[in-house]
Write a protein that binds this ligand. Structure first.
Ligand code: PLP
Length: 451
């Protein structure tokens, strides 16, 4: 039986909802990342509910969930502490005052206590909003307009940064001097002049650009580990180099920790790698599954906001749902030993998957670190977008996703996404996943033998 036949047989309810949704919702889903065009073919499974590490679709199929809502469900689904804190706060206080309040102060204090580079913080609604603010604030603070970003990184959908994510190398030119390429139609092309796009983990090209144009640079924005290209970690010394040269040239360093925040450890990638940026953006993970983002930084970096010379506004900023969720999530994440335990669990999974794939005769390696990683059907080291593009085996990855889905394991169908291990996954989840993978890899190996 083909995947499509098996999927249709298991998901009649999803199919019906997809047909219905497609009439009133473009492409049948609320974000393009959930559509057929992003790998969810022939139609996405429609979800009913989640609890802990498990999620259930409308047809009653249960999955071990490594998609985690694309990152936010760091504490699994419906974490009792966070859910209760939000419900209690809404019934006790309300939702939105258009004025500051006590719980907002408590949430801010907890984030400042957790994240090394944040002395002051503002809450907002989405990662894209937080990044938009960070970039404009860096330009306002430095009086410069040039922003350096890297191929393969995603910083949300704002015009200023929606460039050169999963770019076609044919369009982008040589890896030591890539051209900025807009990531989609509608982005004003004249913004190309405000950007320098570079290859990540390549110290030489960064040094050269800073030598040539460092004094024009307002900000260098980077994911501190590239979760938007299958979980690439920085080479030793690379983040330190970004820090050193931005400081030397009076530019701001922005860590876009929208996904990396709270992931490897409570202080985010900046704590893990020991490099402190000027500005940090946070989102997924920050609210334990509730929609909230943040822009924070050193007192110095936030001074224009503090002094009222930069207006950062938003009707829904720091609403009660957000602040209750953030305060409760920060408390849950402070449990001693939590991250150590879950990183070890994630490493059992990633190591186990690589070993099982290789036993089945498939080339395999894992990039990442415990609580987030990606499986690559290649044994080459992947250090940046160009290498990811060269070594990705999309067809094999999709087949793997399909065979795992049919066996009750859910993750994103695209190679350039990640497997997220939440802080509530347990050994039983990993056992079930490794059992499913043993069978799935056998199917893949048999397909290859025939093909
Ligand atoms: N920055 C990074 C690193 C992201 O991964 C994302 C989303 O995936 C964003 C920014 C945008 O966040 P949002 O989808 O909340 O707008």
């Amino acid at each position: 039986m083909t995947f499509e036949d098996a999927y249709l047989a298991r998901t009649p309810g999803s199919r019906e909802l997809f047909e219905r949704a497609s009439k009133t919702i473009p492409a049948g889903a609320g974000s393009s990342a959930r559509t057929v065009g992003f790998g969810w073919a022939p139609y996405p499974p429609f979800m009913h509910d989640g609890r802990g590490s498990r999620i259930r679709d409308v047809d009653g199929n249960e999955y071990v969930d490594y998609l985690l809502g694309l990152g936010p469900m760091i504490l699994g689904h419906r974490h009792p502490t966070v859910t209760r804190a939000v419900a209690d706060a809404v019934s006790e206080y309300g939702t939105c005052f258009g004025l500051p309040y006590r719980l907002e102060v408590e949430a801010a204090e907890k984030v400042v206590e957790a994240v090394p580079g944040i002395e002051q913080v503002r809450f907002t609604n989405s990662g894209s909003e937080a990044v938009g603010t960070a970039v404009r604030l860096a330009r306002a603070t430095t009086g410069r307009r040039l922003v350096i970003r890297f191929e393969g990184h995603y910083h949300g959908w704002q015009d200023t940064v929606y460039w050169s994510n999963h770019v076609d190398p044919e369009l982008a030119g040589p890896s030591d001097r890539p051209r900025p390429v807009a990531a989609g139609p509608g982005v004003p092309l004249e913004l190309a002049d405000t950007l320098v796009v570079l290859t990540w983990n390549d110290p030489d090209s960064f040094r050269r650009v800073m030598d040539e144009r460092g004094d024009e640079v307002a900000a260098v924005i980077t994911e501190a580990a590239v979760f938007n290209t299958g979980c690439i970690l920085p080479e030793p010394g690379y983040l330190e180099l970004l820090r050193e040269l931005t400081t030397r040239h009076g530019a701001m360093l922005i860590f876009d920790e929208v996904i990396t925040g709270f992931r490897f450890c409570r202080g985010g990638a900046q704590e893990w790698f020991g490099v402190t940026p000027d500005l940090t953006t946070l989102a997924k993970g920050l609210g334990g599954g509730f929609p909230v983002a943040a822009i924070g930084g050193s007192r110095d970096a936030m001074s224009m906001v503090a002094e009222g010379r930069y207006s950062h506004s938003g009707t829904y900023n720091a609403n009660v749902v957000q602040c209750a969720a953030v305060a409760a999530t920060m408390d849950v994440l402070a449990e001693p030993g939590l991250y150590e335990r879950q990183r070890a669990l994630g490493e059992r999974l990633s190591g186990g998957l690589v070993e099982l794939a290789r036993q089945a005769g498939l080339p395999a390696s894992a990039e990442g670190l415990g609580t987030v990683f990606q499986l690559w059907f290649s044994e080459e080291r992947i250090r940046n977008w160009r290498e990811a593009d060269a070594y990705a085996d999309h067809a094999l990855f999709t087949r793997w996703y399909q065979e795992m889905l049919l066996r009750g394991v859910l993750f994103h169908p695209l190679q350039f996404e990640n497997l997220f291990v939440s802080l509530v996954h347990d050994d039983e989840d990993i056992d079930l996943t490794l059992d499913a993978a043993t069978q799935a890899f056998e199917v893949l190996a048999a397909d290859r033998a025939v093909g």
